[in-house]
Design a binder for this molecule. Structure first.
Ligand SMILES: NC(=O)C1=CN([C@@H]2O[C@H](COP(=O)(O)OP(=O)(O)OC[C@H]3O[C@@H](n4cnc5c(N)ncnc54)[C@H](O)[C@@H]3O)[C@@H](O)[C@H]2O)C=CC1
Ligand SMILES: O=C(O)CCC(=O)C(=O)O
Length: 433
């Protein structure tokens, strides 16, 4: 049985930990701060469409379990909505709504012609067999088929979903439609239309933003240290590319436990360890590490790459890092954020930091639509260009307005969307009336 590292389980019943309330507050605050027309907030505060689906799945023992799933589509005025699908016991409607809203902002910051979408199923996949997970994945995609498609809403992987699961989902969709439609989702295996570089993209993007932040703060990454929460797709790829830049990673945790080594963990070995399906509680070459201990490590860079609400009123005071790179979506609560701000910590906000995933997903979709595939170097060059573009725009607003990176990122994203609202005639003026 899998041991649980309890700290990542969020209590979303409180306003301060409910991601939907958090994103609404941030939108409201940014629209007001910018002196923008408040109708922009009223349009952005709710997703266009949220679908709840019932997912009856026949278990291996013949019984039926009926799971609940969601798909939220925030705004499609700039392009089809897009965003991952999460399988997790803590999935709930407010979380999915917030995640879809963050997707809209992320795409806007990077000038991707997409809107925000997100999906989730309330399930602990560790409790299911492989064939049960496959059946659940196929059932979920059947149930959301009426509202998705390459020109409507394009799913992708998120927590506990993988290229293999994307392959099953695409197959189910294609069987229903009667032909091959690779652009209906991204993050799929290469052989059926995946993009080179997608698997690494989010982590690569995170590290590009850390590199740019280090330039702003005059930190030499070759002498820097880091700690990471989460060693899944995003955490492991972030560790790989940070290690390649010479950063010493001294602590990592996952859902089962964690590991600490003062003179640096062996990242290549840990990547192999994870690839073989093992978790950190099985890795013995270091001292055990809890999430609480991880946050308080004396490192230059702290990277939450797991779930929401990890940097809180309780955990933030112990953080010593100069940079917090939000690889996860929504890892910091408003109270935690205030503490980071008061302590002068440079935060790379999630809607910028982890935007590399959706960027290469966009490239995957473009390649699918052309049926012409790019080399990995081409993908990576384009990713680098977009991430630097996004970072520089946000950093410029931070500098000009003397505001924090998070508010600057919301400013860039909201302004971009507001221009589209104006162009479509939804608002007659960008400014307050
Ligand atoms: N996969 C992607 O391309 C993107 C993912 N993200 C975000 O990045 C975060 C991680 O996603 P993935 O790496 O894709 O998921 P994943 O399922 O591959 O990995 C999640 C990791 O978090 C760890 N974790 C879960 N509970 C934990 C706990 N209590 N303490 C410590 N670690 C814990 C898991 O053990 C696992 O290592 C999520 O917030 C996701 O929304 C953001 C952008 C793109
Ligand atoms: O790759 C994508 O389309 C979406 C990735 C995602 O879910 C995210 O950025 O949170």
């Amino acid at each position: 049985m899998t041991r649980r590292n309890d700290k990542a389980e969020a209590d979303i019943t409180t306003h301060d930990q409910n991601p939907y309330e958090i994103v609404k507050d941030l939108l409201k605050e940014s629209v007001a701060e910018l002196g923008l027309n408040e109708n922009i907030y009223h349009i952005l505060k709710k997703p266009n469409r949220v679908l709840e689906v019932s997912l009856p799945v026949r278990m291996d023992d013949g019984t039926i379990r009926n799971f609940t799933g969601y798909r939220s589509q925030h705004l499609d005025i700039i392009g089809p909505t897009k965003g991952g699908i999460r399988f997790h016991p803590n999935v709930n409607i407010d979380e999915v709504k917030a995640l879809s809203m963050w997707m809209s902002l992320k795409s806007a910051i990077l000038d991707l012609p997409l809107g925000g979408g997100k999906g989730g199923v309330i399930v602990d996949p560790d409790e299911l067999s492989e064939s049960e997970v496959e059946e659940l994945s196929r059932t979920y995609i059947r149930q959301i088929t009426p509202i998705i498609g390459p020109q409507k809403d394009i799913p992708a992987p998120d927590v506990n979903t993988s290229p293999e699961i994307m392959g099953w989902m695409m197959d189910e969709y294609d069987q229903l439609r009667g032909y091959n439609i690779p652009g209906m989702l991204t993050g799929k295996p290469l052989i059926i239309g995946g993009s080179k570089g997608r698997l690494e993209a989010t982590g690569k993007g995170v590290v590009i933003t850390i590199r740019e932040a280090a330039k702003v703060l005059n930190i030499n990454l070759e002498n820097a240290t880091a700690a990471l929460q989460g060693f899944g797709n995003v955490g492991s790829m972030t560790a790989k590319f940070l290690h390649e830049l010479g950063v010493k990673i001294i602590g990592i945790t996952d859902a089962t436990g964690g590991v600490y080594k003062e003179d640096g963990l062996d990242i290549s070995e840990l990547l192999e360890h994870a690839k073989s399906g093992q978790s950190l509680s099985d890795y013995q070459k270091g001292d055990p590490l809890s999430n609480e201990e991880l946050f308080g490590l004396p490192v230059d860079i702290l990277i939450p790459a797991a779930l929401e609400n990890q940097i809180t009123e309780e955990t933030a005071p112990s953080i010593q890092a100069k940079i917090v790179a939000e690889a996860a979506n929504g890892p910091t609560t408003p109270a935690g954020d205030k503490i980071l701000e008061n302590n002068g910590i440079f935060v790379i906000p999630d809607i910028l930091c982890n935007a590399g995933g959706v960027t290469v997903s966009y490239f995957e979709w473009v390649q699918n639509e052309m049926n012409y595939y790019w080399k990995k170097d081409e993908v990576n060059e384009k990713l680098e260009e977009r991430m630097v573009f996004g970072f520089e725009n946000v950093a410029k607003i931070r500098e000009e307005r003397g505001i924090r990176m998070r508010n600057a990122a919301y400013t860039v994203g909201i302004k971009h969307i507001a221009h589209a609202l104006e162009a479509r005639g939804w608002i007659k003026s960008l400014n307050k009336r």
